[in-house]
Design a protein around this ligand. Structure first.
Ligand code: ZN
Length: 136
């Protein structure tokens, strides 16, 4: 008889006090950073993230070049926000990305992004690494 595994839905608090319910287990910040280093190396500028809404991949360097002041936006904002792009799902296929932000009202739809567990115990919704860029 196969054993049916039921995934647990858990509740987590975001730093803005919003509670999210998800089946995803948050990744501790340190593990998440180690994962980035394993995928892309020690130079943060080379780290790439995929927008969960339009699929656009951008490196932290590209964000800087597009005018982002804070490198941390690379895992929470689509680069389209710095290129004047519109909403995800545009007719033109979002060649410049879209205007999505993980910290926005809607967050990231279930299973499309990552949950990162901060050291203060809150979770942060983040875009996932563009791992297919380095892994076959
Ligand atoms: Zn996007």
């Amino acid at each position: 008889m196969p054993i049916l595994k039921r995934r647990m839905t858990m509740e987590y608090k975001k730093s803005n006090n919003v509670t999210i319910r998800t089946e995803q287990k948050p990744t501790p910040l340190k593990e998440w950073m180690a994962e980035g280093e394993r995928l892309f190396g020690k130079d943060f500028m080379q780290w790439k993230f995929r927008c969960p809404m339009c699929g656009h991949v951008a490196s932290i360097r590209e964000f800087k070049e597009a005018g982002a002041k804070d490198p941390n936006v690379a895992y929470q904002e689509c680069i389209g926000r710095y290129r004047g792009a519109g909403a995800p799902g545009a007719k033109d296929g979002n060649p410049d990305g879209c205007n999505w932000a993980a910290y926005g009202l809607f967050g990231i739809p279930n299973d499309k992004g990552r949950l990162i567990l901060s050291e203060d115990g809150t979770v942060v919704e983040a875009f996932d690494y563009a791992r297919e860029e380095v892994e076959p």
